[in-house]
Design a protein around this ligand. Sequence first.
Ligand SMILES: *[C@@H]1O[C@H](CO)[C@@H](O)[C@H](O)[C@H]1NC(C)=O
Ligand SMILES: *[C@@H]1O[C@H](CO)[C@@H](O)[C@H](O)[C@H]1NC(C)=O
Ligand SMILES: *[C@@H]1O[C@H](CO)[C@@H](O)[C@H](O)[C@H]1NC(C)=O
Ligand SMILES: *[C@@H]1O[C@H](CO)[C@@H](O)[C@H](O)[C@H]1NC(C)=O
Length: 511
Amino acid sequence: MFRKALSITVLTLLLSTSCSAYIHPIVIRGNYFVDSVTNKPFYIKGVDYQPGGSSGVSELSDPLSDPLTCARDALLFQDLGINTIRVYSINPDLNHDICMSILAAADIYLVLDVNSPQPNQHLNRYDPSSTYTESYLEHVFKVVEQFSYYNNTLGYFAGNEIINDRVSAKHSTVYIKALIRDMKTYIEYNSPRTIPVGYSAADDLQYRISLSDYLECIDKNPNESVDFYGVNSYQWCGEQTFYTSGYNVLVDDYSTYSRPVFFSEYGCNEVTPRSFGEVQTLYSNDMVDVFSGGLIYEFTQEPNNYGLIQIEDNGNVQLLPDYFALKSQYQSIPDIDYQRIAINMRMNSKELQAKAKTQKYPQPQCQQTYDNLDISKGVPPSIADNLIERGVDVHIGKFVEISDSQLHTKFGYSKSNGEVYQIDHNILRVNDHMSGSEVKGKNRAGGFQNCTYDEIDNEKFGDEVIDDDYNETEEDTEEYTDEDDTGESSNPFSIIINKVSDFVHRLSHHS
Ligand SMILES: *[C@@H]1O[C@H](CO)[C@@H](O)[C@H](O)[C@H]1NC(C)=O
Ligand SMILES: *[C@@H]1O[C@H](CO)[C@@H](O)[C@H](O)[C@H]1NC(C)=O
Ligand SMILES: *[C@@H]1O[C@H](CO)[C@@H](O)[C@H](O)[C@H]1NC(C)=O
Ligand SMILES: *[C@@H]1O[C@H](CO)[C@@H](O)[C@H](O)[C@H]1NC(C)=O
């Protein structure tokens, strides 16, 4: 494959723009997540977060409705060193402004599932036609409507493991595409920015390739195609390697996927305590070209015994051995090799340019059949037009000012041996999350000096010197500057190519 190096001295390139006051939306370019402001590739380092499990969502509360528990847990997210959480169910009739603002200030992104176990709030995998209803879609759109206004909403999952056996594969496959289509169309018409929509799959070999291919392909309507793909993988148990775990096969199987892929759940618990050796591999050169990181299952201890922490009845937290094991893995993951990624992005954008000559979309055209899936009935027509046109009635999410006392937590933290866990009880304010609305004027300007994490990362990144003897050709240079005057939406290829090129361009030019 393409292994020519770039001839470049990387200077302070991303430094100037990287340290912004607000939390930057993440967007998708080809098969990478990137920061929409710096164009730097974004790797998900996270945990799945649903305290209380499926019963953790009700009329009165959900994982993001209580500012006090959000602060308690956000403090630990920072301590663990993560940048993303996945939440499986929320109630859109509750207010999530404070929790989302705390997370934004702490520099944490959210991947959110739109379903809940409550009636009319999920598809029945064995009987999708009677549960794909207007009132179900109204729930889905309320979630989307509310969370699209938070810049730290990274993406939505249309579903989690809807296909998990022969019967669901027979009945539900085409409904996943219908739901993705409806969500993407709703977002295009009603949301302030394009938030990507994905699907989180049980990693069953029967469907691994067929389902991901089917959800990626485009028949007539590009809105039916998934924007990213989550894999729930539990195949690395105990001491393993890239090869003995079979991760090498996973990488192979997704290596040509046109969209970002990541572990939406991982962390086998057949061998306990867990040592999480797979974390090192996931962020190593073996995987970073194909996988955009992953989310460890899961933050809180529930009956299935995957927890990093145990929440006690009074709300205090006991940190379990797995918490410390995971933290030390995160602390020692290798620096991501952005130089190599830039080279791969450039290669991808060349491949896309080639494809653009013969295809209408970057994604493959759908086949007639997919192994072990029944798609014979076709994607059901939308029943969402009314809702999409009218919009839904819900509190629209909004960042709010967060005081220092809201970033302070009074909960106690202990280790399993009863010892107090020594930790500063104040969340570090990484972003001045309110400063995004800079139109308001100069009183916002101070925030720029508070973005410590970005600054550190990018200094490291910027100091790196790439010095190879590959000479740029004229063609290479042309590709970077290939602006599309007709606007982003006119050609689905041009967006990817231009924006990826922008990152590569900045990485690869003498300043
Ligand atoms: C797909 O979504 C776009 C908005 O991005 C919308 O204009 C279009 O009508 C949708 N296409 C179909 C065929 O529904
Ligand atoms: C959200 O992101 C957009 C685009 O980067 C930016 O213009 C806006 O100011 C941000 N809003 C907030 C509240 O951070
Ligand atoms: C950083 O944030 C803190 C907490 O909001 C604030 O008190 C401080 O003035 C800020 N520092 C700068 C240099 O803006
Ligand atoms: C790059 O160009 C320089 C002179 O412009 C030349 O000496 C060198 O051999 C070239 N390197 C490659 C790999 O073509």
